[in-house]
Write a protein of this length. Structure first.
Length: 155
């Protein structure tokens, strides 16, 4: 895994990055989103999903259902929130294997699933920025993501 940390980002800049990453995804991609409560994992996911489904109604947080599925012409986007998941065994029931095999997976609170996630993945840690309403993204990216991240951030 390589690492890149962004500058301090306002909300619009944060959402722009989410959209730009979304534009590069393909089937079988995994984006793991970590950060404290209220860090911005769902905000990132909404902007990401909205890139493919501009006319979709409200994109809700899967806090209680743990997973929300969105269909796009090219793949399904599986939006997981594993905060309330107690046992990793339940990941199959939630559809994680299907998601990994043929969809794009966006995973909030991914820690419980780390054992079963592929090594090829983008990990995003959302951290505090300089000011209250700013965030930084700490990106850990595997080989499959390298060219894309380098192009996006001109590395
Ligand atoms: N620069 C910023 N980037 C992202 N979110 C921001 C920023 N500034 C303010 N916010 C706000 O922070 C909040 C983030 O909430 P969000 O639900 O996305 O967090 P979360 O990480 O999904 O929390 P949870 O752990 O409860 O699922 C939103 O209200 C968002 O508008
Ligand atoms: Mg959330």
């Amino acid at each position: 895994m390589e690492e890149f940390v962004t500058d301090s980002l306002s909300l619009p800049a944060f959402e722009t990055i989410a959209r730009n990453i979304a534009k590069t995804v393909r089937r079988q991609d995994v984006v793991a989103l970590s950060g404290d409560l209220g860090a911005g994992k769902t905000t990132f996911s909404r902007a990401f999903i909205r890139t493919f489904l501009p006319t979709e109604g409200e994109i809700t947080s899967p806090t209680f259902n743990l997973v929300q599925l969105y269909s796009t012409p090219d793949f399904d986007i599986w939006h997981f929130d594993l905060y309330r998941l107690k046992y990793a065994e339940e990941l199959t029931e939630l559809g994680l294997e299907d998601a990994l095999e043929s969809g794009v997976s966006l995973i909030e609170w991914p820690e419980i699933a780390k054992q079963v996630l592929p090594n090829e993945r983008l990990e995003i840690f959302i951290e505090n920025g300089k000011n209250n309403d700013e965030r930084r993204l700490r990106l850990h990216y595997s080989n499959h993501w390298k060219d894309r991240i380098h192009a996006l951030f001109k590395l």
